[in-house]
Design a binder for this molecule. Structure first.
Ligand code: IPE
Length: 246
């Protein structure tokens, strides 16, 4: 396990939910991800897990946005929080069932309008547990702020000082124009970003993910955007498409 002795892993909403079917979990993918993470933790890998909103948070946010003429008032936050908490409990339970010492933190109580507080996560991480947090919503000055998991995973990686940041998606990496995963993308490059679906995404989809991945690479982390096979390879000490380089 030379390459990534500790990792911050983002399980994308596209991986763990059926993005265009409201409130639907992809159980196979969630259990497979949980098995891989349990194996890694059992080998001594330090781990923090962040998950996305998929057809829970994104679908609920889109529905409420449509209801409020395109904006999200602060009163929309509780329903989005409830949707995300439902998913978070399932993710944390799947991890625990697989043998991960997963400890769930509700993002909207860790985060304020100006930023998030990572001390409770550090405390659990230092105790050998695996903190779990997720993309979420909170009321800020009359409107609802969506906190993306893509941002949280970078911030959590920084506060815990882990070595690798891995974004796990439902594709084997960032695809080229022939649909093949690119081995490497350098920070600032503009890959074709094929495959952006019609499913609701209030945090900017793959493009926003890439921006956060670039930031992580520039801050010195080993960064990947990959599928489940890639997650296993990276956590086993190898490499996988797509590696994001500074
Ligand atoms: C979204 O989090 C959170 C909400 C919509 C409440 P992410 O932006 O990290 O979710 P995915 O991975 O794109 O689904």
């Amino acid at each position: 396990m030379a390459r990534c002795r500790s990792a911050a892993v983002k399980l994308g909403g596209s991986l763990i939910t059926v993005k265009d079917r409201p409130y639907t979990i992809r159980w196979e993918a969630l259990r497979e991800a949980s098995r891989i993470l349990a194996w890694y933790a059992s080998k001594g890998g330090g781990l923090v897990v962040v998950h996305g909103g998929g057809s829970f948070g994104h679908a609920e946010a889109e529905r409420l946005q449509a209801l409020h003429g395109g904006s999200l008032p602060g009163s929309a936050a509780p329903r989005i929080q409830a949707a995300m908490l439902r998913l978070a409990v399932e993710v944390a339970s799947a991890l625990v069932d697989a043998g991960v010492g997963a400890t769930l933190h509700t993002t909207h109580t860790l985060c304020g309008c100006g930023g998030c507080e990572y001390a409770p996560i550090s405390r659990d991480y230092s105790s050998g547990l695996v903190p779990v947090l997720y993309g979420d919503a909170l009321a800020c000055g009359g409107s609802t702020l969506i906190v993306s998991g893509d941002r949280l995973v970078v911030e959590a990686a920084e506060s815990l000082g882990v070595e690798c940041v891995v974004y796990v998606i439902d594709k084997p990496g960032i695809l080229d124009s022939n649909g093949k995963p690119l081995a490497v993308v350098r920070a600032g490059e503009e890959p074709p970003l094929l495959g952006g679906g019609a499913a609701p995404d209030v945090t900017g989809g793959l493009r926003a993910k890439l921006e956060w991945a670039y930031r992580a690479a520039l801050r010195g982390f080993e960064v990947y955007i990959t599928g489940l096979d890639g997650l296993l390879k990276v956590l086993s000490g190898g490499t996988a498409p797509t590696r994001i380089e500074a």
